[in-house]
Design a protein around this ligand. Structure first.
Ligand SMILES: *Cc1c(COP(=O)(O)O)cnc(C)c1O
Length: 323
């Protein structure tokens, strides 16, 4: 425990302070890998890449999905970033922070009927300058249209639209930087890399960049009948990734998206106590739980220890949603 505390003190909090690719690459090169030696994961040498520490506000995989979107907006002298999401969206939070940091106006199209109750995420977003534009759930279903902002009644002059969750080609290319950085900085040669999946874009982009050299495994956090795998394969081929298999585990959604049963809460707290690594209830808790179940089922059966990298994709701002 002491070692963990010293580690956290030793790793200086960093911020993405400049909007250019070289600074971004320098920042992601500094993201620490943390070794988790615990008998909770039998037969596994588990390391966690702490992309939750990339930036306190533009955190985790949402930072990677945003970088090329932001650079392109800057290049085109775009004034306003428009995006959309739900009340606890990590992407809304990161986009609002990026707009404030780098000088863009931001507008968030928010799913929901009324403005009467603002989640902590939306309160933050508004405080960081994001204009919140509420639409009904029915209207929100049109979010995949490329003219969604106009459809939602917004003025789109000098703006760009970043789709929900940052899921566009620029987003996938950004996650590709993560894959390349893992190749360059992995502290041991990993055999597997595990990541939590919502849309599956992050998994697909990692499959494209890492899939030739190690096994990339995605844990779906929602009840999924193949949509994560389809989307992951789509983004992998958009990035010209090879034919390596993308492996999606669908048995660890723990009841469905944002469902958070007591056993998962207990697991999350004991993981945090043992490792000093905070997890979010929506994504990374389910990922770590899946890894634990998988390790126990494997039972250390083979005498070779598996070298596994777990990606911490952030999401910690959402922890407040569950307390
Ligand atoms: C959005 C998010 C994911 C899922 O990313 P996808 O590319 O949609 O699969 C995973 N973890 C965290 C913390 C996220 O915020």
């Amino acid at each position: 425990m002491l070692a963990v505390c010293l580690f956290l003190l030793g790793s200086k909090m960093q911020f993405l302070s400049n909007l250019d690719l070289r600074s971004f690459k320098r920042s992601i090169a500094k993201v620490p890998y943390q070794c988790v030696s615990s008998d909770v994961f039998p037969g596994v040498d588990l390391w966690v890449r702490r992309d939750d520490l990339l930036d306190p506000l533009i955190s985790g995989n949402k930072g990677y999905k945003l970088i090329f979107n932001l650079l392109e907006a800057r290049r085109q002298n775009t004034k306003t970033l428009i995006t959309c999401g739900g009340a606890w969206s990590n992407h809304i939070h990161a986009t609002a922070a990026a707009g404030q940091r780098f000088g863009f106006r931001t507008v968030g199209i928010i799913r929901g009927e009324a403005e009467s109750y603002l989640s902590a995420t939306l309160q933050d977003a508004r405080r960081m300058g994001m204009q919140l534009h509420f639409v009904s759930r029915a209207a929100y279903r049109e979010r995949h249209r490329s003219d969604f902002p106009r459809f939602a009644g917004l003025d789109v002059t000098n703006s760009c639209y970043i789709p929900e969750g940052g899921a566009n080609l620029a987003g996938a290319r950004g996650v590709g930087l993560l894959g390349a950085m893992i190749q360059q900085t992995q502290p041991i040669k990993f055999a597997e890399c595990w990541v939590a999946c919502g849309t599956g874009l992050t998994l697909g982009a990692l499959g494209a960049t890492l899939g030739q050299t190690l096994k990339v495994v995605g844990v779906s956090v929602l009840k999924d009948r193949g949509s994560v795998e389809r989307s992951a394969n789509f983004w992998r081929s958009e990035l010209d990734g090879g034919e390596s298999g993308i492996d999606v585990r669908t048995d660890y959604h723990c009841g469905g998206y944002a469902r958070y049963p007591v056993y998962l809460d207990q697991f999350r707290h004991s993981f945090q106590c043992q490792t000093g690594i905070p997890l979010d209830p929506i994504y990374t808790a389910k990922l770590a739980y899946a890894l634990q179940q998988n390790a126990i089922e494997g039972g250390g059966a083979s005498c070779r220890r598996r070298k596994v990298l777990m990606l911490h994709t952030g999401g910690l701002q959402g922890v407040r949603g569950d307390q």
